[in-house]
Design a protein around this ligand. Sequence first.
Ligand code: GSH
Length: 262
Amino acid sequence: LKGEARAATLAGVAQKDASPYELYYWPGIPGRGEFVRLVFEDAGVPYVDVGRVPEAEGGGVPAILRLLAGERAGPLPFAPPCLVVGDLVLWQTAHICHWLGRRFGLAPQDEGGQLAALALQLTVADLVGEVHDTHHPIAGSLYYEDQLEEAARRARLFREERLPRFLSYFEQTLERNEAGAGRVLVGAGVTHVDLAAFQVLEGLEYAFPHACARLAAQIPRLRALRERVAARPRLAAYLASERRLPFGESGIFRRYPELDPA
Ligand SMILES: N[C@@H](CCC(=O)N[C@@H](CS)C(=O)NCC(=O)O)C(=O)O
């Protein structure tokens, strides 16, 4: 969809002043912003995706840069995704998901469970950072083409050591969560952490289809969790909608066949 049709499709969530929740994230890529979007979408809470609001309406990249430059009073956010709610400015993906999850009933009720959920969400953030470093092992400011050798070396160690370590950790976490009967990562019901696990698996399968296929048999619970999350009615509608952005080679999860040999 382009132009007016696209604007109409996005109107529910992308109009300025449509909701008190303003997400600031780079337009055009799912990136880390997607972890935050999934919490809103699953909760059915409207949010303004400021990066995707036309510049003429006060959105887009300039709005993000203004926020990062200290447009608002209070603490200065470091990097997107950022969330602005009234006077509050939050940044750090895991922190935002934890805060929203508690607000929207997508977190355990008890303190111990909430803290474990935050730790798990931070562990997902670590994994995301390591995925990023497979294609940018030297610096984010250099082109991928300027760090090919290092990327190949880093990606091999990621595929062989780190990916199995992270995935088997989450599989074990599912298995051990007695309150969730092996069906959610923490507590008794679906939380922001399960949504994040879904997203990271989607991204990994896009970027490393061969490595993921080799590991699939070792993570049956995690794969089943991913299917259940994708089937949640509001998320299923979102995933089929124009709002869900595809992965691509300018985001975190990139498909470079040379980094994932068959
Ligand atoms: N730890 C942060 C990392 C944030 C981050 O690296 N954001 C990227 C976009 S996905 C960015 O724009 N970084 C700019 C920078 O680090 O200077 C988080 O999880 O939110």
